[in-house]
Write a protein that binds this ligand. Structure first.
Ligand code: SF4
Length: 740
């Protein structure tokens, strides 16, 4: 390793550890050692320290032991004349840097809880977002596992001007990366340049200003540590597992702009521990041999026009972006972008005009492949037509006709559901809702670049043909923007929606011969298999039986395989010979039997991305359900995150089960134990969200006021309090037979 870099990194680490000690001593004087400390709303404590040392920092006094560990890790600053191998000591210095910086940032939260914005979005007054809480982390972290986001760029400092900042940010986003921003260069902060250029900042647009100081780099690295712990099943304290998981799976790197200080070198050395290389525009020594990183460790003097491509190449990330013939950028990173009132040029639907979207299948000879037609005014016509605006309002209907040898009517709704994200990926275009409650907003910036309705047609045509080539052989798109035509489509669509809904409602576990598997989560929970049936959606809530069927047709060797049911072994538990055989083989012999409808006897494995966890409360004979977004305590004495850590990772734990929200109101929901009548506790927010469906199911069960009899956190958070409550309200569980 370059002696210059190692010396600077070690020197920087010494300064940072010393700074942390000073901060710690000051804070102890002010708050005392018992003061609670940590990043907000997280079960991962200070995540780097927790991931590396397995040590949960909860109180200020806990920091002392960690700082001593950081001090032990600090190597001597190399002397002028001694030449020794430097890589190991520099990496240790980098690790000590992150321990110290997490403590500095945690003390910042203690001293000034409002230093960072709480939530996903920046505000007018404050652009610094600080550590991602567990709600944000869950939502975003899963993208690092499912491939939607291959990794992140941790940026230290800033390009010199807003044009360069915008271009670099855009190039990173087009490669689907998250952009984490830290510190400044010569008083210039990259997020401020982006803001000045009208670029939206925040988690939804993947442009995250973490903090104004270099110490905020720990929010980036901590995020990676949490991905490995939460989705990779890496245990806290398994430092090697965490470093290797990230090296192999999280495609992250550091980009620095301008002169590199000792402290930046120390952070760079820290990031290299995780296999994240450093790419700089400045003239610093390079570290070319491969080793800890997949390829080079430090690459310097990279011109701004090449820095993103070079970083991606050095990190070994292969990006396959498809260029669409449209005038705006197109990438998943733009999905969360909103078109605000001031930026709005034109909108359709959303209660302002009739709007509808529909995908139908037709015989091959009735579809003209590649035909895109706009019937009615184009976006460029609205000014000439004398319509009042901006924002202009037009009626809108998009009808996509597809044909294919393997296309089936059951796939229509699945393909139609893709419109939402496919349209949203276009920069400056916002799509909300679906069917006839869709809402489309086109920004002024997109229109200035030449965006027209026909480009929506081009997007849908290209993406459906490309991503669903196994079932879509031909596709044509017609867009209507005249009211009478839109109303005609609307009537036809309503008829088709009703037919589809009736078809879906008629699907039951008994009416089909095959179920579908999903093994997508095996990348982080190797024994996990979801068995998806018409009445039991996958645990994450994202895959229903029809999705499984369509995904198998699209990718016959993929994670969704048909499972012939075989013989029914036990109708109450929902055990089938075919399901048991399949699960045994797909879990490599680890799981021998699965009951589809029981939480106590051979329940399904729990992965890590379930929407909710159901847990048996033995003293009450009841079941509680907690959803991922609920951060409070549950009657099991554990929060969702602790429960997930305890039962997740592909294990079978009788009494605990990962369930989707949709499954809770299914007739088959834990029917072996009495189903919904057994549910005694749910967070209020979950009751609210499922209210209509819960009430409908409760009526069917003959207890119309069941929802009020189910306790929530406003009346009970311990098993004893739940017991008291259900007695008081006469919950039907009291009449059910005991389970144990
Ligand atoms: S939770 Fe189940 S259905 Fe959802 S992605 Fe994982 S394995 Fe598939």
């Amino acid at each position: 390793m370059s002696k210059i870099i190692a010396t600077a990194a070690i020197r920087g680490a010494h300064k940072i550890v010393e700074r942390a000690f000073e901060k710690y001593e000051e804070a102890v004087k002010k708050f005392g050692k018992e003061a609670e400390i940590g990043f907000p709303n997280t079960a991962y404590y200070l995540p780097i320290i927790y991931a590396m040392l397995g040590y949960p920092v909860k109180r200020l006094g806990d920091c002392e032991e960690v700082l001593q560990e950081a001090k032990r890790l600090l190597p001597e600053i190399p002397s002028e004349k001694t030449w020794v191998p430097y890589l190991g000591p520099a990496l240790d210095a980098g690790m000590a840097t992150f321990f110290a910086e997490e403590i500095i940032e945690a003390i910042r939260y203690l001293e000034n809880p409002n230093f960072y914005v709480k939530g996903e979005d920046v505000t007018e007054e404050n652009i610094w977002l600080g550590a991602a809480d567990d709600v944000i982390f869950r939502k975003r972290g899963v993208e690092f596992v499912d491939g939607t986001a291959p990794g992140f760029a941790a940026i230290l400092g800033s390009p010199p001007d807003k044009e360069t900042a915008v271009r670099i940010a855009q190039e990173l986003l087009e490669k689907n990366l998250y952009v984490f921003m830290h510190d400044q260069t010569n008083g210039i902060y990259m997020p401020y340049l982006l803001k000045e250029a009208g670029v939206q900042l925040g988690w939804p647009t993947r442009l995250i200003p973490f903090g104004p100081e270099y110490t905020s780099v720990v929010f980036s690295i901590g995020f990676a540590c949490r991905v490995a712990m939460s989705f990779g099943g890496i245990k806290p304290g398994d430092y090697l597992g965490n470093l290797l998981y990230n090296k192999d799976r999280t495609f992250a790197f550091v980009i620095t702009f301008g002169p590199v200080s000792d402290e930046w070198y120390a952070n760079g050395a820290g990031a290299i521990n995780w296999g994240f290389p450093v790419i700089s525009d400045w003239d610093i020594p390079e570290i070319k041999p491969y080793g800890v990183c997949t390829y080079e460790h430090v690459v310097s003097k990279v011109p701004h026009e090449e820095i993103v491509d070079r970083a991606v190449e050095v990190r070994g990330l292969k990006v396959t972006t498809i260029k669409l013939d449209i005038p705006v950028a197109y990438a998943p990173a733009f999905e969360g972008e909103r078109v605000r009132k001031d930026d709005l040029y034109l909108e359709c639907g959303g209660g302002r005009s009739p709007a509808v979207e529909l995908l139908i299948s037709a015989p091959l000879e009735e579809v003209e492949d590649g035909k895109i037609e706009v019937i009615g005014p184009e976006i460029s016509d609205v000014e000439k037509l004398g319509i009042k605006g901006p924002p202009y309002v037009l009626p809108f209907a998009v009808v996509v006709k597809v044909a294919g040898v393997n296309m089936q009517p059951d796939f229509e709704a699945i393909l139609e559901r893709q419109f939402h994200h496919l349209i949203n990926y276009a920069q400056g275009i916002m799509h909300v809702g679906q069917r006839n409650i869709m809402w489309l907003r086109i920004s002024k910036q997109a229109v200035e670049k030449g965006f027209q309705f026909k480009h929506i047609g081009k997007i849908l045509y290209a993406k459906l043909r490309q991503e669903y080539s196994a079932i879509v052989d031909k596709c044509e798109v017609t867009i209507y923007t005249v009211e009478d035509k839109v109303k005609e489509v609307l009537e036809m669509a309503k008829r088709i929606y009703a037919e589809r809904d009736a078809r879906l409602a008629g699907l039951t576990d008994d009416s089909v011969d095959v179920f579908y598997s999903c093994t997508l989560c095996q990348s982080f929970a190797p024994n996990h298999v979801c068995v998806i049936t018409p009445e039991r959606v996958g645990a994450c809530g994202a895959y229903n039986w029809l999705d499984g069927k369509a995904c198998y047709s699209i990718n016959p060797a993929g994670p969704n395989q048909p499972i012939p049911k075989g013989e029914l072994i036990d109708p109450v538990l929902g055990q089938y010979t075919g399901v048991n055989e399949y699960v045994k083989q797909a879990s490599r012999g680890k799981v021998e039997r699965v009951s589809l409808y029981s939480i106590l006897t051979d329940p399904m494995t729990v992965c890590g991305c379930m929407e909710c966890i159901a847990a048996f409360l033995p003293s009450i004979n009841g079941i509680m359900i907690v959803n991922r977004d609920y951060l409070g305590m549950t009657p099991t004495g554990m929060k969702f995150s602790t429960l997930a850590g305890m039962v997740g990772g592909g294990q079978v734990t009788p009494g605990f089960m990962g369930v989707s929200k949709h499954y809770i109101t299914s007739k088959r929901f834990l029917s072996a134990e009495g189903g919904l009548l057994r549910v005694v506790w749910m967070p209020k927010m979950l009751k609210e969200e499922l209210k209509d469906r819960l009430m409908e199911r409760a009526k069917e069960l003959g207890v119309p006021d069941l929802i009020d009899k189910i306790a929530d956190e406003t009346v009970a958070t311990t098993e004893e309090e739940v017991a008291e409550y259900i007695k008081k309200v006469g919950h039907p569980v009291l009449n059910l037979p005991p389970l144990m």
